[in-house]
Design a protein around this ligand. Structure first.
Ligand code: IPM
Ligand code: MG
Length: 368
């Protein structure tokens, strides 16, 4: 298979973890006889520094022509005081919008031997396995441009959704639930927000089309509590952009580290952008200690969702599982035993595992 992959490392640890993903993908390409052509472009703070904009036109064009896009992370204190149109995050929001990546899939599943690294009780989180389906191109992030009025004394952010935007993400979530344990929790704030009332109406209308899926509506405040008091209750959670952003960081606690969570952002034609849920972690950038596993697992999601290469994706996931099982971990994982390694060594361990396996040996105990 011949595929063109655009790499957008971005800022901070984004650059480090991207080179890990590239190494892993190159090993997969060799092992399985694929040809992956990588093209690197700027986004976020790095793009502001070079081009004066967080999302250069060349980056957008390259992404539109690519078969898939991998993104590291954007942001950092260097650009914190910039006006909003020159914030690195604008680049990320801009590329999501430009590619119409409305469906953000964030699978959250604890690795067995990392459970004790979570501040939550092991018996509470054990067995949790959920998928957050976050709407990614609407809501507060994309309302009529936010503004300050009355000499800056009044601020306005707008939460807007069209019926079509809600329908397509709700459909995606129902379909995901059909492929999993058949349970869908739609999270909203329908006791207060008009957008949530329409959201709830759409879910109610849609459920007749998916009789094999059990649906419940959960208010976002209650969902936030339930997520850490009874996480095994959830299978698929579907929610709007901002709620999904907040709940997915909260849910990362179930896995012991935000450094473990991959995500896939898809549009209607199946083109995808894959990125870790974590940010650019400027405090540890450049030190060679970042956890590359979320980025590596995001590359696995790319192989599965964009290229339909499920054996290759499984091999990467099995490699990650096996390296963790062997006791290796990066500094973000508060593990008492085992051996702490840096970004490069963790990557090498994953690559070594891949190289020593043949395609036919991809083990069925892969973790998804
Ligand atoms: C995420 C991030 C982004 C978001 C930021 C960096 C704009 O937190 O992908 O979850 O809020 O979507
Ligand atoms: Mg976030």
């Amino acid at each position: 298979m011949n595929r063109r992959i655009v790499l957008l490392p971005g800022d901070g640890i984004g650059k480090e973890v991207m080179s890990s993903a590239k190494e892993v993908l190159s090993a997969i390409a060799e092992e399985f006889n694929h040809s992956f052509n990588f093209e690197t472009h700027e986004i976020g703070g790095a793009a502001i520094d070079t081009y004066g904009t967080p999302l250069p036109e060349t980056t957008v064009t390259a992404c539109k022509q690519a078969d898939a896009v991998l993104l590291g992370a954007v942001g950092g204190p260097k650009w914190d005081q910039n006006p909003s149109h020159l914030r690195p995050e604008r680049g990320l929001l801009g590329i999501r919008k430009a590619l119409d990546l409305y469906a953000n899939l964030r699978p959250i599943k604890g690795f067995k031997n990392l459970l004790h690294a979570s501040p939550l009780k092991e018996d509470v989180i054990s067995g949790s396995d959920l998928l957050i389906v976050r709407e990614l191109t609407g809501g507060l992030y994309f309302g009529t441009p936010s503004e300050r009025r009355d000499n800056g004394e009044t601020v306005v952010d707008t939460l807007a959704y069209t019926r079509h935007e809600i329908e397509r993400i709700v459909d995606k979530a129902f379909q995901a639930a059909q492929g999993r344990r058949g349970r869908l929790a739609s999270v909203d704030k329908a006791n207060v927000l008009e957008s949530s009332k329409l959201w709830r109406e759409v879910v109610e209308e849609k459920k007749a089309q998916y009789p094999d899926v059990t649906v419940e509506h959960v208010l976002v405040d209650a969902a936030a509590m339930k997520l850490i008091t009874n996480p095994t209750h959830f299978d698929v959670i579907v929610t709007e952009n901002m709620f999904g952003d907040i709940l997915s960081d909260e849910a990362s606690v179930l896995t012991g580290s935000l450094g473990m969570l991959p995500s896939a952002s898809l549009n209607e034609s199946g083109v995808g952008l894959y990125e870790p849920v974590h940010g650019s972690a400027p405090d540890i950038a450049g030190k060679g200690i970042a956890n590359p596993l979320a980025m590596i697992l995001s590359a696995a999601l790319m192989l599965r969702y964009s290229f339909n290469l499920s054996n290759e994706a499984k091999l990467i996931e099995t490699a990650v599982q096996s390296v963790l099982d062997a006791g290796f971990h990066t500094a973000d994982l508060q593990i008492t035993n085992g051996r702490q390694v840096g970004t490069a060594e963790m990557t090498r361990l994953v690559v070594d595992f891949i190289r020593t396996q043949s395609a036919s040996k991809c083990i069925a105990s892969c973790y998804y």
